[in-house]
Design a protein around this ligand. Structure first.
Ligand code: CP
Length: 314
């Protein structure tokens, strides 16, 4: 059992790979305190008063963008939102020019989603503000993995030794990679499962098991994180049809009923209902999809609060 440290080992959150287990435990501990705050009638605390945060979204988002904005407002930060589709990026402005212009308006922290893997790391090498990766291409989505693992622990207890499956389109998923790093740092055994064409070559070198049989994997695991088929990132056909994908790799009631015990189901969203998961299962008592979203606000409050505190330390 790791002890709770007082501060993070990093001034940016670029990926779970850079966090220590103590960092993750500190974020969870802080998130639990903030979860209590956001369930009060008055949901706001003054922790980040006088801190200005820019949310820079160069790619579409519903959950992550709203969750960060709510987290920032609950902490009393000043918030500016930027969406690439309605910005001067459309006129050819570079990422660095865009960000430097925003920072010259005295911004302290940047939350960024970008389609290019490594975009947040690139920025961290060029600017002073704390940076939080809200998803960089197919690389990492650290706050999603933190909220997933936190939600699993709420239901299953400590994840040490627990069997966690990640199902579906692993190849195009930043959630998969961040989940693998996070779950392993918490001591879980991780297995990825999906069609061979959607499992990256050599992924077992990360210390995960690989299986192509969903039924067998579901019988093995305590919890399954079911990933979306990312059609927008696929420039070739990885399986014959969505109907066949659903038939062989989709999670449905019949599959759950065939197991000898109930398992926990997660999905980071957005859901392709009827493809990787049926509507019946997504809305069932096994699934904690909306609890993940609720926990996302508390986790993001914790990350923002801890990184801002780090920035204020000498
Ligand atoms: N889970 C997730 O990242 O969802 P959004 O793309 O809607 O932010």
């Amino acid at each position: 059992m790791s002890t709770i440290t007082q501060q993070l080992s990093t001034r940016h959150l670029l990926g779970i790979k850079d966090l220590t287990t103590e960092d993750i435990r500190l974020i969870f501990h802080t998130a639990t305190n903030f979860k209590e705050v956001i369930n009060r009638p008055i949901k706001k605390v003054p922790s980040l008063r006088d801190v200005t945060i820019a949310n820079l979204f160069f790619e579409n988002s519903t959950r992550t963008r709203i969750s960060f904005e709510l987290a920032e407002k609950r902490l009393s930060a000043d918030v500016v939102n930027f969406s690439a589709s309605s910005s001067s990026v459309k006129k050819g402005e570079t990422l660095l020019d865009t960000v430097n212009n925003i920072l010259s308006m005295k911004v302290d922290m940047v939350v960024m989603r970008h389609p290019a893997p490594g975009a947040c790391k690139f920025l961290a090498g060029h600017i002073e503000a704390n940076i939080i990766n809200a998803g960089d291409g197919t690389h990492e989505h650290p706050t999603q993995a933190l909220l997933d693992a936190y939600s699993m622990e709420e239901k299953l207890g400590n994840l040490e030794g627990k069997h966690i499956a990640i199902l579906g389109d692993i190849l195009h998923s930043r959630v998969a990679l961040s989940n693998i790093f996070c779950l392993q740092k918490l001591g879980a055994k991780v297995r990825v499962c999906g069609p061979p064409t959607l499992i990256p070559k050599h992924i077992e070198k990360l210390g995960v098991e690989v299986d192509y049989d969903v039924r067998k994997t579901m019988a093995w695991c305590d919890a399954a994180n079911i990933l979306r088929i990312q059609l927008e990132r696929q420039n070739t056909r990885y399986f014959p049809s969505l109907r066949e994908y659903s038939q062989y790799f989709g999670v449905n009631r019949e599959l759950l009923d065939s197991l000898d015990r109930p398992i926990l189901l997660l999905h980071p969203g957005p859901i392709n209902r009827g493809v990787e998961i049926t509507s019946e299962v997504a809305d069932s008592e096994n699934a904690i999809i909306l609890q993940q979203v609720e926990n996302g606000v508390a986790i993001r409050m914790a990350v923002l609060y801890l990184l801002a505190a780090e920035g204020r330390n000498p």
